[in-house]
Design a protein. Sequence first.
Length: 246
Amino acid sequence: MLKGWDYEPGTINVRKISGIDGKPKIQMRLDLGLLQMELTGRPDGNKPHGHDSLLEYYEEMLMEHKKTNGSELGFHLTSSECQSLREEAVMYYHRYLSLFVLEEFPGVVRDTARNIRVLDLCGKYALNQEDRLVLEQYRPYIVMMNVRAKASILFNQKKYTDALEIVQEGLNSIKEFFAKFDQAEAFGRSNEVKILKKFARDIRKKLPIDPIEKLKSALQKAVAHEQYEDAARLRDEIKRKTEEVE
């Protein structure tokens, strides 16, 4: 199974195969072997308590609690339950990372959004404060991957303006996260922010150049080089085009 597929340190080696059940699977090459995952449902193919995932099981328990008690008051997750949810989230992490490498972005959107629900559930209902906070450190990364996948889908459809809007929303979300924990200065140092800002720059290169902005840039250069006749002409052109737009 591993013949001809050597492990390469520092890279994410994944492939899609057809399982013996005829369904597609994802394999990730590890240093001591490989990790095989289902494409849909829980990555290991299990159905805990008859549900597609533990997350869905606890979400259903929450809904039943609200229905029975009229509110969410009294619903909580133990440390053991939170630990199980974290272990399950790691499976989805491996899958959405693999899907991203394979450029199967809808699956990345699905799995990252799902893991954000884990953070929200534990953050709100865990009995232990550590269980409420331990996963929060990963929120910027999960948001970044979710945003990259969403924007990549739009980028591939040449919907560059929409893609840029998604990236900006993601940056705002990460900024709010750091502000919530009184770490606003961390926003500028965040690797997730740097990745999204670079993606935004790549998207902007695909956008049509605003003719007025192009003229303004030329005006600045003309003034800088003391080409005043050209500058006067450019000012008139900017004024004319601005009036046309208005």
